[in-house]
Design a protein around this ligand. Sequence first.
Ligand SMILES: Nc1ncnc2c1ncn2[C@@H]1O[C@H](COP(=O)(O)OP(=O)(O)OP(=O)(O)O)[C@@H](O)[C@H]1O
Ligand SMILES: [Mg+2]
Length: 442
Amino acid sequence: MTAPVSLNAHQSEFWSSRARIAAFIAGWGSGKSFVARLKLLTYHLAVPGVECWAGMASYRQIEDSLIPDFFRALPQLERYFSKGELSVSLPNRSKLMFRYFEDPEKISNVNLRACWVEQAESVPEESIIRLLGRLRHSDEAQLLLTANTAGQNWLGRWLKGGQSPYPFTLTEADSFSNREHLPAHYLAFLERLRATRPAAYQRFVLNSWASTEGAVWPQFSEAVHVIDPFPVPETWRQGISLDHGYRNPTAVLWWAVDQDGVVYLVDEHYEAGKVAEHHAAKIKERPVHTWQDAVADQSIFAKTQQEGGMLVSVADRYLTHGIPVRPASRKVDGELLAVVGEWFERRQIKIFRNCVNTIREIRDYEWTKHKQSYLDKHDPQERPRDIGDHTCDCLAYLIADRPIPALPALPLSILETVRRRRWDYEEPEPQPETQAGIAGLP
Ligand SMILES: Nc1ncnc2c1ncn2[C@@H]1O[C@H](COP(=O)(O)OP(=O)(O)OP(=O)(O)O)[C@@H](O)[C@H]1O
Ligand SMILES: [Mg+2]
């Protein structure tokens, strides 16, 4: 089937891909949304009686951009739209649903012909795996991914690192490949980025995979900060940092601080859909000296829950189940995140390899990307993306407290001196009477 409108060479390549995963990773304004929308509608939804999804990471993103953009591009579809269901029911009995993919648990019980994931780099890998599990309609069922490059996260590992669970096609293009459809002022804006924001220009215009532009902690590197686990000496300060969620995962990080003040993230608990009692039980499975100091988000101290006719907080619930937590000394904001970045820079944070969710979240943690506002990232209004940041928050609460180093281990020579002194000044122990002594009596 040929496309119903004229497409450029990159768009045509993506349009004609029949691979299980068709990825179009390209610069701003390169026409990736245009062709993905068209492909979903005129190739997949043209089949009668099928269900397709289109979505992004968060509900806000689909409400603010995906749905309005859809109807701006294809206004004739709006009359089939149900706002309550967030779906378009076509006359051929096919249905398009708008979904958000932040929570992998919400992806189940459906047999899809196709799914388009817009800004796929912001969607958790687990959700993408689940979506692939839903694509069972036929051999032609397809996952369409549109994104900017994200060399550090699953998108880079799948498409550039040979770790994709399915065969895929990858179409790549820079912004200028769609020059003919971009207004002159926008082209001039992209050009100006070359000098004003070279790293953003590399990633979002030239589509380079090498850039860490947009990362909250570009200082983080798995090669430098991730280490093999070792038994933590009991003399080190140890504790936990907690970020409680119900719909979102609850994250608990076990940390330890050595004599030089290096913070080690040694273990994690990461689970969604469970109450405080469950997480408290998980914490208590570990040795008690590892969770004697417990710090948590200030918000869980608000008394918002009813229990036995009384108002209690989430923190109260942890206390009832044996885990006393104290509030973090401050909230997570841009300034605190910059401090954490400095700790990474100085190699004062090390992460045990077994903390897989922590490593993933820290690596994938990005500022919100709303194009122009993104470029004003040094504006204090700039926020990190609040998706998949649970262990990152735990780390920030911990660093906010400026964790105190463990007491120095005394070198052997000092111990030896102290022992000798004791011999010098202490009364000599009474010697047992010996045969010789008795015999020596006058
Ligand atoms: N083949 C085409 N024919 C006509 N117009 C097109 C074509 N491809 C893209 N455009 C237009 O080019 C502009 C940019 O396309 P689009 O929004 O799809 O880019 P994008 O890669 O999704 O950009 P962004 O990164 O900003 O999301 C849009 O106005 C779109 O309508
Ligand atoms: Mg787009």
